[in-house]
Design a protein around this ligand. Structure first.
Ligand code: FO1
Length: 320
């Protein structure tokens, strides 16, 4: 699908992004794909370091994810959570018995001085994931959501409050001091990239944290590889999660075109769903090449088909 020695870089958050990453994993050799994952959702809970988007990507690429729930492991059991409840611990953030092992091992390795990159590599290795999964940074960044009920940590907004408070903005605590994951910067500055894919993840809380790590947006702008985003909005609705709700609350139209406009000059290309093809001209008028495809990924074959479409589209830029 791509020239020898070339690589694809995918930027993603949790569920929606992981689906496209899985499609890319199916059609590329392991050394041809690097997936850089948002860590702004990460938080400390019950003394453990939880990295939800890294977990979702790892579990999905390992084929171990719960496809119904969207997060966590398939075939999960919840005895630990019941025991935590009995002891009066917080249980609004559900940790499954198997999933707990991931958080325990990660927390222990981090406490022993390993970087998040090292811990992620070791977890991926143990779970049988051979593509390169990288956190956006080894430094801690914590997404804070400004809402009509005050500022909330991301998981408190997303899980505990179930995205109910109206959003007014976002703050990525720690971002100014964060360094990009070193391999990410090296990849962006080198000449091996065939395409940079912005997965259909939430632009505000999944992709923006990655782009906001100092140096990343600039390196992306300067990369010779085409930057292609896949719309997380289909027919005015988010595939999953609160993207459309957030857009409405921030007085943006909940549309694919508004997402393309939000990324703006960062993009060379934008893939929107067939249902939204009437928005193509508006996006093209912004100097962004447009392609339409079925972007709703229900089956694994849908993910593979979309990944193939993304790579085919990316080749139209390289040939220029
Ligand atoms: N999402 C929920 O909606 N409820 C949960 O209780 C929950 C627990 C959880 C535990 C570990 C983990 O890695 C992810 C978990 N998620 C849960 C998913 C996650 O918080 C969100 O999907 C992402 O942060 C948004 O991308």
């Amino acid at each position: 699908m791509i020239a020898e020695g070339k690589r694809v870089l995918a930027l993603c958050g949790g569920v929606g992004g992981a689906k496209l990453a899985l499609g890319l994993q199916h059609i590329l050799a392991p050394d041809q794909l690097t997936v850089v994952v948002n860590t702004g959702d990460d938080f400390d809970h019950l003394g453990l370091r939880i990295c939800p988007d890294l977990d979702t990507v790892m579990y999905t690429l390992a084929g171990l994810n719960d496809t119904e729930r969207g997060w966590g492991l398939a075939g999960e059991t919840w005895s630990g959570l019941g025991a935590l409840e009995r002891l009066g611990a917080e249980t609004w953030f559900q940790l499954g018995d198997q999933d707990l092992a991931t958080h325990l091992v990660r927390s222990q390795q981090l406490a022993n001085g390993a970087s998040l990159t090292e811990v992620t590599a070791s977890l991926c290795d143990r779970l049988g994931v051979s593509v390169n999964v990288l956190p956006m940074s080894d430094d801690r960044v914590s997404t804070q959501v400004a809402t009509d009920s005050g500022e909330l940590g991301f998981q408190h907004y997303f899980v505990r409050e179930q995205c109910k408070p109206a959003v007014t903005g976002f703050r990525f605590e720690g971002i100014e001091q964060a360094s990009p994951q070193p391999d990410l910067l090296q990849l962006l500055r080198g000449n091996t990239l065939a395409a940079i894919v912005i997965c259909p993840s939430n632009p505000f809380v999944s992709i923006d944290p990655i782009l906001s790590v100092p140096g990343v947006r600039q390196a992306l702008n300067q990369s010779a590889a085409p930057v292609i985003a896949v719309s997380p909005i289909i027919a005015g609705r988010a595939i999953k999660g609160p993207t459309a709700k957030m857009m409405a609350e921030m007085s943006m139209p909940a549309s694919a075109e508004a997402v393309a406009a939000y990324y703006g000059s960062l993009l060379d290309g934008f893939i929107l769903d067939e249902h939204d093809s009437d928005q193509s001209d508006g996006i093209a008028a912004r100097g962004i090449e447009v392609s339409t495809a079925p972007t709703f990924m229900k089956s694994v074959q849908d993910r593979i088909d979309l990944a193939e479409h993304v790579l085919m589209f990316s080749r139209t830029f390289i040939q220029r």
